[in-house]
Design a protein around this ligand. Sequence first.
Ligand code: ATP
Ligand code: MG
Length: 580
Amino acid sequence: MTEMNTTESSEKKSLNFIEQIVEKDLKEGKNGGRIQTRFPPEPNGYLHIGHAKAICMDFGIAKKYGGVCNLRFDDTNPTKEDVEYVESIKEDIQWLGFQWGNEYYASDYFQQLWDFAIRLIKEGKAYVDEQTSEEIAAQKGTPTQPGTESPYRNRPVEESLELFQKMNAGEIEEGKMVLRAKIDMASPNMHFRDPIIYRVVKTPHHRTGDTWKAYPMYDFAHGQSDYFEGVTHSLCTLEFVPHRPLYDLFVDWVKEGKDLDDNRPHQYEFNKLNLSYILLSKRNLLILVKEGLVNGWDDPRMPTLCGFRRRGYSPESIHKFVDKIGYTTYDALNDFALLESAVREDLNARSTRVSAVLNPVKLILTNYPEGQVEEMEAINNPEDPNSPTHTIEFSRELWIEREDFMENAPKKYFRMTPGQEVRLKNAYIVKCTGCKKDENGNVTEVYAEYDPHTKSGMPEANRKVKGTLHWVSCNHCLKAEVRLYDRLWKVENPRDAMAAIREEKNCSALEAMKEMINPDSLKVLDECYVEKYLAGAKPLDYLQFQRIGYFTVDKDSTAGHLIFNRTVSLKDTWSKISQK
Ligand code: ATP
Ligand code: MG
């Protein structure tokens, strides 16, 4: 009994605040014990790592409590939306390992929302305003000063009805008229000061074509859509806290006492993901793509889910990261290093170890018979006790990393230097005998002698040497291009830095971005050598280039031109730099 209580309470502790709310609601039998959430992206861009945090919450809650999470496209702004985005959003959610119950669209409710708006006009709760958006904004007042009522606020119902019809019939120019809810121009909550609930947009909609010209605003669509679908917990981010009273009001109005009182959606807010060295928001990412500062939405430097996927992140590593940062009710800036460490942790358990030489210099084993080839066994993943192995060919001429040889080395250099022994991974102990240089003093060949009694697995193989180097056999390797990615931004908090630059220079977002961008975010190495085993590697395979980092095959890679992306280095080089 006592034991059970302890387990129960320790489980309680680890619940996040939303899970606590859900458990309490379930205990109290709210909504008939039903749990229903939704993930409501606007299809105006590709999903980013911030969305992953929301997805893990929305789908995670439903999964954990036997509920359902629906996917609802919040498609109320036809000028920015596209089916391309709809498709990519679905792909990315599934990649994260989630499956929605139903696929809904806010546009499915355009008729219901329209009917509701008509009802509000008839009830004297909404009116058509003919002022410009600037005039309306100027009348809003401030949080401490009441706003000014629109001269159209008390116009006859019939007039508003007629004009609202005209707004939707295409007879009114964009920006010339809006429908506003009549609430309270003196409310301390600015969102209650007669919010705009409908506007005219003449761009055809990606689903409803030109059926509609009057479109509901977010605040008029979201809560009602939740209500129509039967959402119980409407989870979103903190910027919607001030919208919540309006959300509740519209739900009250649309419900009209039709249902039991507790059978309605409730909105709860958690903190947005904000990551150091990362700029989120689809609006910003779209600028990067459109202006060619990156190569598309799935450029591996992008914080989009498709970018991270192409770069070699596993979905599990993103889950791990989201678990680490958790959910709170205050904003913070999380360290990008935390995401990278989650990726390393996951890929360490998952990746196949292979050999690749990125900056090659030739090593010749002068006492190894010419023409002889041995097949060495390499364990795919030493972290896995049941790991398979693969073979790697060994011969007289090998490629090693240029920085693994030094002619005059300092004392603690445990790599290749004349007179010193090192182990060649999965093969023999070799002793460096010297090198050859060109007229400029550049090393062109390194020489060593191998000890035939030290092959990995042999009794003498245990002889102590301090360094182990990776290599590939010159006649048994493949040439490859390797793309090394680094942070896209030079500044730690790109969102704030961008705002500051724009204010100081009164410039566009693009110009501010150009000042913050890291010119060295992509480095292409086009003369690398990888072991032949990688001929069969495919995009999304998780690889570790031993001693270097985690890599994957890029989607542009072909049999004749192999391309690898660096997912993340083996160690965090940036924190070392910042510690200096
Ligand atoms: P963006 O500014 O990137 O377009 P958004 O909030 O406008 O973001 P939506 O498509 O409207 O994007 O959002 C879908 C869901 O994802 C919302 O519930 C939103 O709160 C959530 N979301 C968006 N950005 C983040 C973030 N950085 N962290 C956590 N959740 C986020
Ligand atoms: Mg948005």
